[in-house]
Design a protein around this ligand. Structure first.
Ligand SMILES: Cc1ncc(C[n+]2csc(CCOP(=O)(O)OP(=O)(O)O)c2C)c(N)n1
Ligand SMILES: [Mg+2]
Length: 385
């Protein structure tokens, strides 16, 4: 006889009446994306901040076009362009304090560069040269993450650990709209809210996950609404309005830093280019749609605000464009140099102790390289990609 079958031995207590532990209302995002540029509130914005954002946007756009050109010249294996999304990239970098951490996805090279990373080093992974390619600790930028959303639990772990140690560190983690369907996204948000970890999640909703439009990705009212289910506030912001993204992220960072817990920010933006240079976007979206978004370009929006308020003139814009050209010329020149790479490095730093399988593969590669060297001596000098 089981315990449940023994009369009187098992008396389930009735469950307590269910009641919400927090009022969800303050957690809910606004129905419309928050905007600043072109509104009355923009008059209160700091002109210096607006000029700084503008300079970074112009440089960021130029970085994107240069990196895309490098893929066509065979100098870069792949580039997921953030053209059209520069406001999110730049604002994410600028809201961080020195000691904070950025957790970017593969599309966020620009945020890493705006954070201070060397533009060439930031492209190492996308060039196919090396794992990561930079020291994550130097600028507190985690590796550009290709497996969707896996950077989010890492960010939560780092932020939680910092809090336990009493360090003043906030982690800002970036992810795409498609990434919000991954298990890692849900696990990260849940842990972050339960632990009240000092972390800010920035979802760049650029309309697509490769060819999958948002409507096929989720039935939620907005991605920002997902925050409420975990018990953190969700904010919805116009992702092409650099001032608005900067303000919303700054508020979320402040909240996290002061022990107020995590925030999920959805920035509504658009991926102007194809997913990467390996994708043909005309197969799943119309030119009309792209043109509509070009009219809402982040640089145009900010330029309009700055020139309208006489905070920037043609000479000022030209100076920014020239600075961007210099950066692009330097990037082009350095990316055109052939790096000397040792293919055997492929096996270094994967495990502290090499596995049997990796040892076998390393031996095979070593033999192949030796055979190739015998056939054509000196062939492996210089570029080996
Ligand atoms: C775990 C995992 N599954 C699938 C992929 C393949 N993949 C690469 S990018 C991508 C779409 C991601 O879209 P989104 O999150 O919206 O980011 P976006 O590319 O638009 O910035 C997919 C499915 C991957 N990289 N990782
Ligand atoms: Mg997307």
């Amino acid at each position: 006889m089981t315990v449940l079958e023994q009369p009187g031995s098992y008396r389930p207590t009735p469950p307590p009446a269910w009641q919400p532990r927090t009022d969800p209302t303050p957690l809910l995002p606004d129905p419309e994306p928050f905007r600043l540029l072109g509104t009355d509130a923009a008059a209160d914005l700091d002109p210096e901040l607006l000029r700084r954002l503008y300079g970074q946007l112009v440089r960021g756009r130029r970085y994107n076009t240069q990196a895309t050109a490098l893929t066509r010249q065979g100098r870069l294996a792949v580039y997921p362009s953030s053209t059209g999304q520069e406001a999110c990239e730049v604002a994410a970098a600028l809201v961080l304090q020195e000691q904070d951490w950025l957790f970017p996805s593969y599309r966020d090279t620009l945020a890493a560069v705006a954070r201070g990373l060397d533009p060439v080093q930031a492209l190492t992974l996308l060039r196919g040269d090396w794992h990561t390619g930079y020291d994550p600790h130097e600028h507190r930028v985690a590796p550009l993450c290709t497996p969707l959303a896996t950077q989010l639990p890492h960010a939560v772990g780092l932020a939680h650990a910092a809090r336990l140690k009493g360090d003043d560190v906030v982690a800002l983690a970036m992810v795409g709209d498609g990434g919000t369907s991954e298990g890692d996204f849900h696990e990260a948000l849940n842990f972050a809210a339960v632990w009240q970890a000092p972390v800010v999640f920035l979802v760049q909703n650029n309309g697509f996950a490769i060819s999958v439009p948002l409507a096929k990705q989720t039935a939620a009212p907005s991605l920002a609404h997902k925050a409420v289910g975990y018990g953190m506030p969700g904010r919805l912001v116009d992702g092409n309005d650099a001032a608005a993204v900067h303000q919303v992220l700054s508020e979320a960072m402040r909240r996290a830093r002061s022990g107020g817990g995590p925030t999920l920010v959805e920035a509504v933006t658009y991926r102007i280019e194809a997913h990467t240079n390996a994708d043909d976007a005309t197969r799943y979206r119309t030119d009309t749609e792209v043109e509509m978004w070009r009219a809402h370009d982040p640089i145009v929006l900010l330029e309009r605000e700055l020139t309208g308020r006489k905070l920037l003139d043609e000479a000022g814009m030209e100076a920014e464009r020239q600075a961007a050209e210099r950066m692009a010329a330097d990037l082009r020149e350095r990316m055109n140099q052939d790096p000397v790479l040792d293919p055997m490095d492929l096996f270094t730093h994967v495990y502290a102790e090499q596995t049997v399988q990796l040892r076998e593969q390393a031996d095979r590669l070593r033999a192949e390289l030796a055979a190739a060297e015998e056939l054509s001596p000196g062939h492996q000098e210089g570029t080996q990609r």
